[in-house]
Design a protein around this ligand. Sequence first.
Ligand code: AMP
Ligand code: MG
Length: 408
Amino acid sequence: MLDLDEALGRLLRSVTPFAADTAESISTFDARGRVLAAELRSLIDVPPADNTAMDGYALRCADVPAAGVSLPVSQRIAAGAVASPLQPGTAARIFTGAPVPAGADAVVMQEQCAALDGGAVRIDAVPQSGQWIRRRGEDVQAGAVVLPRGARLTPQALGLAASVGSATLTVARRPRVALFSTGDELVMPGDPLPSGAIYNSNRYTLRALIESLGCECTDVGIVPDRLDATRDALRRAALEHDVIVTSGGVSVGEEDHIRPAVEAEGRIDLWQLAIKPGKPLAFGEVRRGASTDARGAYFIGLPGNPVSSFVTFLLVVRPLLLHLQGVGEVTPRGLPMRADFDIAQPDRRREFLRVRLNAAGGLDLFANQSSGVLTSAVWGDGLVDNPIGATIRAGDTVRYLSFTELLS
Ligand code: AMP
Ligand code: MG
């Protein structure tokens, strides 16, 4: 059996990220989930000018040595307005986001002031120099790299890019992924369920996972358990896709045609990964058209059991799809957490247990860890990465991988 990290290392070494000249420029509005192909530098300071964080009065601290001082109000500055320099011995009425006038060194919030008749204000607190002033460039300075190449564009990253004025972003092109399921027992939801059949759930899970990683997914559907049909589907998919993902049929049973089909159309390594769930995993390449030298489509064959295909997707396919797009750090961060459960039996494989955070700050274990029980993956909010041969006693610190990270 092959170690997961070893398998992942091999796989990532054999996958070449997209070349820089295939990057595309798209609207920042539409860039959610994509990967930045060139670092983003700011040409401006953010904020572009000192501005106030409060509604109140801008003034000079030197003019308010003690609480209760009254100052004439010399100007009114709303957000978006242009301020005149502050005349000494006066205050400026000012509203959140408005520029602080030159010469003012503090803002006093309006709750600590009293407007007086005749256009003056009484300041009821002694200001500290700089208070409530958001300094020019305190978020981003002109020339700084705001997002590095390889950054994934989260909603907050899009906001940051917009804050420096970027209407478009240079991103890696979307990987084109073909997905198909194998298995003559599979029928589609919406169709009747004959005896011996089950509904195809992997098609739904995997397609959603692929799309959530910034990829285009072509859903090829269910391929019959026949060698010729499988070869045909692979050959066609390779023409227009970067990656082919299949579920089921990767064991070495008589009805498992993935291996001979990929072998005939390219090359395949069939791995017995020392992980649970998800032992059989196939990785290879499918030739594109007649040419034998050009790069083919990457092939990943996931196991058929719904939890196995879900978990192996997160652990293996996710890193591959991110790596293709130029993301540097593609493996999830494990967090040390307290187990509130026992695993008494050591296992020969590294186990990824479906767990859930509880209110006491520990992790609970889903009772049925079978690779066919998809309920576990919905109930859970993450996985415990339990090393080969390790037992767990309640109170032990374990390595937790959150779905929040794995599914983003
Ligand atoms: P296989 O890897 O083809 O031997 O399948 C292993 C198990 O997963 C079998 O019980 C299959 O019925 C089940 N399975 C395979 N493909 C799917 C799918 N797309 N949706 C749900 N279950 C599946
Ligand atoms: Mg099968």
